[in-house]
Design a binder for this molecule. Structure first.
Ligand code: NDP
Length: 259
């Protein structure tokens, strides 16, 4: 499996915490000495620097890590992303579209416009813009219409909408439709378009949902045994390391209490 990552450059959005952070560690641990390059992106660049340091401490210099400040909800930042990378970091092979958030729990009529806009701008437009920014690199590679992996982090919420989460659920349903359509557009190329839909994972997700109120966030996970971000990270690395003809298109992952 490590050999399948040899010499690859991987971009992870939302790598400063939770699933994105764990995914960075999981790639590094899987191929510690195979010329792997990890580009970690998020708004909190200090957290990315810290993660880069921890990865170096754990696996040594065999994996290169580049922290990059990037707000995916800002189209101009995304448009400039590839061009602003040092040249030797631009040959990207894997894009993990993980950045995402939920704001608030409210019935549809009372959701703040600002929260609606930030959820769509991050979870949907941000993911689409990142994909558009990186696809030309994939398409230019090889002789079979291109090659590379796109791993989109959706959610069970995109399949089973719940009361109080209408906008978040709608964003994740949009991710699902976009992912499916893109996979069909890229059929018979070596560009794999894959989605992983987690159920409940304990991360900073609920802290963000409740505008930083940690006690409300903790209550979400009290008495249940949620997934850990490492559980999802293992699946991200799994789908990105199959033989190139194998597309693990769509993966739904629950903690056992939720299935
Ligand atoms: P976290 O809150 O721990 O991580 C979210 C990440 O997204 C952070 O690194 C954050 O970084 C980043 N992010 C948020 N907004 C932006 C932005 N505008 N630009 C760039 N990065 C951004 O939560 P999770 O790890 O749980 O969430 C990761 C993904 O998993 C999301 O797409 C979420 O919807 C999905 N998911 C989570 C589930 C759960 O139960 N936790 C269940 C199903 C899906 P920063 O703030 O530094 O920018």
């Amino acid at each position: 499996v490590a050999k399948r990552l040899a010499g690859k450059t991987i971009v992870i959005t939302g790598a400063s915490s939770g699933i994105g952070r764990s995914t960075a560690f999981e790639f590094a641990r899987t191929a510690p000495n195979h010329g792997l390059k990890l580009i970690l992106t998020a708004r909190r660049v200090d957290a990315l620097e810290q993660i880069a340091k921890e990865i170096r401490q754990e696996v040594g210099e065999g994996v290169q890590v580049l922290p990059v400040k990037l707000d995916v909800s800002q189209p101009e930042e995304v448009r400039g992303f590839v061009g602003n990378l040092p040249e030797e970091w631009r040959d990207i092979h894997v894009l993990v579209n993980n950045a995402g958030l939920v704001k608030g729990v409210a019935q549809a009529p009372s959701i703040a416009e600002e929260d609606i806009n930030v959820m769509f701008a991050t979870n949907v437009t941000g993911l689409i813009n990142m994909t558009q920014a990186i696809l030309p690199i994939f398409k230019a590679r090889g002789s079979e219409g291109g090659s590379g992996d796109i791993v989109n982090i959706g959610s069970i919420a995109g399949r089973e909408p719940y009361a109080g989460g209408s906008i978040y659920c709608a964003t994740k349903a949009a991710v699902r439709s976009f992912t499916d359509a893109l996979r069909k557009e890229l059929i018979a190329t070596r560009i794999r378009v894959m989605e992983i839909d987690p159920g409940q994972v304990e991360t900073e997700f609920s802290v963000v949902r409740f505008y930083g109120d940690k006690s409300k966030a903790d209550a979400v996970y009290a008495g249940v045994d949620p997934l850990t971000p490492d559980d999802i990270a293992e699946i991200v690395v799994f789908v990105a390391t199959r033989r190139e003809n194998v597309v693990v298109a769509d993966t739904l992952v629950f903690p056992s209490h939720q299935a």
